[in-house]
Design a protein around this ligand. Structure first.
Ligand SMILES: [Zn+2]
Length: 428
C-alpha cells in the first residue's frame, strides 16, 4: 500500500465526491447570466461564506465604473486567501463565475443543477462552475490535510470573462491582485479536460475598415462613387494575397483544434449603403449609391508574429488597392487587441501539474494552446505573471451549448491533480 502523503491527499479528495457534485449544483442554481451580469454578488457571497468558514480570509471587490457595471448589475469579484505556517509562494486558482445565455434546445432545466448519470447538468456546468467546484474542493482539502504548509492558497471567482474580463481579472490585475510579489502561480480551471494543460492562447486584433464614396441617385451611379465596390476590391485583394499568405503561416504553438495552427482572419461583418429595414416594413428600398462601407475584421495572431507587423500588413494591403483605384479612400479603426501568450513548457506550475496528472491519471498530459483568448491575457499583460496555465475538468466542446454538463469523476480527478499540485509547490 502506498503510504506517501500524496496518497492520503488523493483519498481525502475522493472521499468528498458527493460534496463536489453538490457544490457544482449549487453554483449552477445561481444564474449568473452575462450579459447583463445577474446575481454576481450572490455567487461571490455563497463562495465567500463557505471559504470563510474553512479559515480563508475573504475580500469582495466591486469593479465600480468598469464596462457594464451599474447599481442594477454590479460587477462583483471574490478573493479568498489562506496562509500557511511560514512564508512561501502563493498558488492562485481563478475561475470566472459568469455564464453565457441559455439559448434553445435544452432537455433539462438550465439552472436546475440536476445530478444524473454521474454528471451535473446546467448552464455553466463545464464553463466553468465545475472547475470552480473542483478548485474549491482541492484547496479546502489541502489546507485541512496539510496544515503545516508554506506560502498561501488563493481562490478567486471573477466577473465578466465571457465579455472580455474588464470588470473581473483585468480590474483586479490593474489593482495589484496578481502582482508577482503577491501571487507566483496561477491555475485557471477552464474546461480543457483533466488530462490537458493549456499553456496560453493566440493573440487577437479586431479592427473596423471603412471605405468611403459619394452618395448619388442609384439611376446615375456615375455621378457618385460606390463605397461597396471599393470594399469589394478590398475583399478581392484579401482573397488573392492575404488569405493564402496566412494559411501558409504555421505556428509551433500546440493550438487545438489543429486548424487554428495558422494565422487566421475572419470578416465578422460587412455593412454598406442604407440600413436594413425593420421587420414588417414592406416598402421598397431607396435608390442611392452607398457612400460608406464597413467591415469588421478578427485577426488571430501567432506567437511568432509581431503584432505591429500584423497591422502594417493590413495597411499595406489597403495601399495596394488605393494605388489601383482612383478616388479610393479608407480608414482603419482599431477596436481591440490581445497579445499572444504562452507560458514556458518548463515553468514551475506546468511541471507541477504535469507530475500530478501523471500520478492521478497514470498518463502524461497533453500540452495545448487555445485558439481564442481567456483571462490569462490580463494576468500576463497587466499582472506581468508568466507562470500561469489553464487546467480544469469538463469538455471544451460542451461550453456554451444546450445540455451542458460536467462529469463528477472528472471533477474529482481534476481536484486531486490540483491538491497534489498544491502539495508539490507548497509542501505540508
Ligand atoms: Zn470559461
Amino acid at each position: 500500500m502506498d503510504t506517501s502523503p500524496g496518497h492520503g491527499l488523493e483519498r481525502a479528495v475522493a472521499a468528498r465526491r458527493d460534496e463536489v457534485a453538490a457544490l457544482a449544483r449549487d453554483l449552477i442554481r445561481i444564474p449568473t447570466l452575462n450579459p447583463p451580469g445577474r446575481n454576481y454578488l450572490e455567487i461571490c457571497e455563497y463562495l465567500g461564506e463557505r471559504l470563510a468558514a474553512k479559515g480563508f480570509k475573504v475580500s469582495y471587490v466591486r469593479a465600480r465604473g468598469a464596462p457594464a457595471d451599474s447599481d442594477a448589475h454590479p460587477r462583483w469579484n471574490m478573493i479568498a486567501r489562506h496562509e500557511g505556517t511560514e512564508g512561501g509562494d502563493c498558488v492562485h486558482f481563478n475561475g470566472h463565475h459568469d455564464v453565457v445565455e441559455v439559448g434553445h434546445g435544452w432537455s433539462v432545466d438550465p439552472f436546475g443543477g440536476e445530478i444524473r448519470d454521474g454528471r451535473v447538468w446546467g448552464r455553466g456546468a463545464c464553463d466553468m462552475k465545475g472547475g470552480i467546484a473542483a478548485a474549491v474542493l482541492a484547496a479546502e482539502t489541502f489546507v485541512a490535510t496539510c496544515p503545516a504548509y508554506r506560502g498561501a492558497v488563493e481562490i478567486s471567482a471573477t466577473a465578466d470573462e465571457e465579455s472580455g474580463g474588464f470588470g473581473g481579472v483585468a480590474w483586479l490585475a490593474e489593482r495589484g491582485w496578481f502582482a508577482p510579489e503577491r501571487v507566483q502561480h496561477v491555475i485557471i480551471p477552464e474546461p480543457l479536460n483533466k488530462n490537458r494543460i493549456c499553456l496560453g492562447h493566440r493573440g487577437v486584433w479586431w479592427a473596423e475598415i471603412e471605405t468611403k464614396g459619394r452618395i448619388a441617385h442609384g439611376s446615375m451611379p456615375f455621378l457618385g462613387d460606390c463605397a461597396v465596390r471599393h470594399m469589394g476590391a478590398v475583399l478581392a485583394e484579401m482573397e488573392a494575397t492575404l488569405f493564402p499568405l496566412l494559411a501558409g503561416r504555421q505556428t509551433a504553438m500546440p493550438v487545438v483544434p489543429e486548424g487554428a495552427r495558422t494565422a487566421t482572419l475572419n470578416i465578422n461583418a460587412v455593412h454598406g449603403g442604407e440600413p436594413e429595414q425593420e421587420a414588417g416594413y414592406d416598402g421598397l428600398p431607396a435608390p442611392c449609391v452607398p457612400d460608406r462601407c464597413r467591415i469588421t475584421i478578427d485577426r488571430r495572431v501567432l506567437i511568432e508574429e509581431d503584432p505591429e507587423e500584423v497591422k502594417r500588413e493590413i495597411r499595406a494591403l489597403m495601399e495596394r488597392v488605393r494605388a489601383r483605384r482612383p478616388g479610393f479612400e479608407y480608414e482603419i479603426r482599431e477596436l481591440f487587441e490581445v497579445r499572444p501568450s504562452m507560458t514556458e513548457r518548463d515553468a514551475p506550475v506546468v511541471r507541477s501539474v504535469e507530475r500530478a496528472i501523471s500520478r492521478v491519471l497514470g498518463t502524461a498530459p497533453d500540452f495545448v494552446v487555445s485558439p481564442g483568448t481567456y483571462d490569462q491575457k490580463h494576468i500576463d499583460r497587466i499582472g506581468r505573471l508568466r507562470n500561469c496555465i489553464a487546467y480544469g475538468p469538463g469538455i471544451l466542446d460542451l461550453a456554451h451549448q444546450p445540455d451542458e454538463w460536467v462529469g463528477i469523476d472528472d471533477m474529482v480527478e481534476a481536484a486531486q491533480v490540483m491538491a497534489l499540485t498544491l502539495q508539490d509547490l507548497l509542501g505540508g
